[in-house]
Design a protein around this ligand. Sequence first.
Ligand code: ISL
Ligand code: CA
Length: 557
Amino acid sequence: MKRYWWKEAVIYQIYPRSFNDSNGDGIGDLRGIIEKVDYLHDLGIDAVWINPVYQSPNEDNGYDISDYYQIMDEFGTMQDWQELIDCLHAKGIRLIMDMVVNHTSDEHSWFVESRSSKDSPYRDYYIWRPNKENNEPCNWLSYFGGSVWEHDQVTDEYYLHLFSKKQADLNWDNQKVRDNIYDMMKCWLDKGVDGLRMDVINLISKNREFPDVVTNKQYDWGMPHYVNGPKVHDYIREMNREVFSKYDMVTMGECPSTGIEEGIKYIDPARKELDMLINFELMDVDFGPQGRWDISDWNLVDFKKIVRKWQNSLDGRGWNALYLMSHDQTRTVSRFGDDEQYRRESAKMLLTLLLTLQGTPVIYQGDEIGMTNPNFESISEYKDKETIQVYEYEVSQGVDPKRMLQIVKYRSRDNSRTPMQWDSSSNAGFTEGTPWIKVNSNYTEINVENEIQDANSILNYLKKLLVIRKEEKTLVYGNYFEFFQEDPQLYCYLREYEGTKVVVVMNFSRDTASFVPISELRGKKCSVLMSNCINCSFISIENMNLLPYQVMVLKIL
Ligand code: ISL
Ligand code: CA
């Protein structure tokens, strides 16, 4: 397997709006990130991915771009951005920018032009259709609720938007659109950007027939007609040829609703498309029968099965980006661990899982201190348009508002978007003004300052884990073999690379678990690379009782 810096790197994801506010307007900004570059460097991460910072009216917090060449006013200026990349590079940290090219804001000049008349030279930059039998052109549903079509008065036609109606989908079948986008990407790469995270890149090619979905499911979004659509690979290959291949850079492609065989096509090195895949299968482990806005209890056996499938299928064929949460997900420790009694133990265990699998780990801001879901009590405290639109849509369809609020508390993307908790001063040290979204009330206890001071903290554990990931290449490149696949409590696997073997043992539960090693491991002498509860440097693998959320990373001697 070929070695690359980006395979050995650990990425830290920054949601700029909620990271650090430098000027007291309540909104995180670029200068706020600059103030924390030393913190990132001390942590020991190799690269940061920042969510979109381009000019945007903020319908979807920057995922609705109105000018790709400008920085959002609230985030600062191009000079600030230049200073940020320079500061990061001076500390040896690479910068990955978010690229949102499936859609733009309806306030982008292309769309303003496009909407103005059917004869506009920009008309064909977006996807316009006349009505069909006095109805929308087809019955697909938007990710954010309601139809994907929005009627526009000016020309009495509809435009397509897979997300909010303020996020109009670009027409990728138009060569001019593609060329404009490639030029824009090159402009950022010429400024020294080290990588691109490609937002919903597998949605760019639509079935031009726009067929209705015929279904008896309550929600059917019409996905087969635009997820991994007809020309998606042609366009990504072209993008690679025109842009990526000309730079020393990395690409991470976000591909929702994509299984392994389809996913591999994007990252098979021979196909020259993308470097890493961001897939969602693990994030779907707790979906209910009706999908994301429905909840079911997840269980470890299913969880492991998904991880195992991806670990084993991609090995030697393509490289994965690993994550347990993002700005679109709910807090890791609240979802997969225990955010009360065993918050520390489970946070450490989950970080260990993330950093001992094959792939490039992405740590989301706040996970290094075990931040939790805020459990807002009222829908009015949520800011995310997806959350609000889905809530309103479901309630309008007859779902009980109380039940919907429960679902929102569990699922809302705002769970990850509450301000970073730096210290115990007001607003967690995030801002001197009024934060744009409420700070989690547990900030006096859970914050970076406390974590730095406490030798046993999650943060200090992670720092050590990052050093070990760097030193032990088995954790990066090794293959993956899992034991006790049907065990509902234990998670145990072996990584092996060039003759070195590392075993990871975890108790994924609030109860003690008895661990009886298989004969292949029994009696083996090991050095303890990491553990959240034992302090010895060497052990031999014997029967043992594991404490709740105990984890051990053992290198076989
Ligand atoms: O929130 C989700 C996670 O399961 C999805 O519905 C999400 O919208 C989808 O995965 C695409 O996400 C990306 O594109 C969106 C943006 O809102 C998300 O923040 C972004 O990560 C539209 O640009
Ligand atoms: Ca600010």
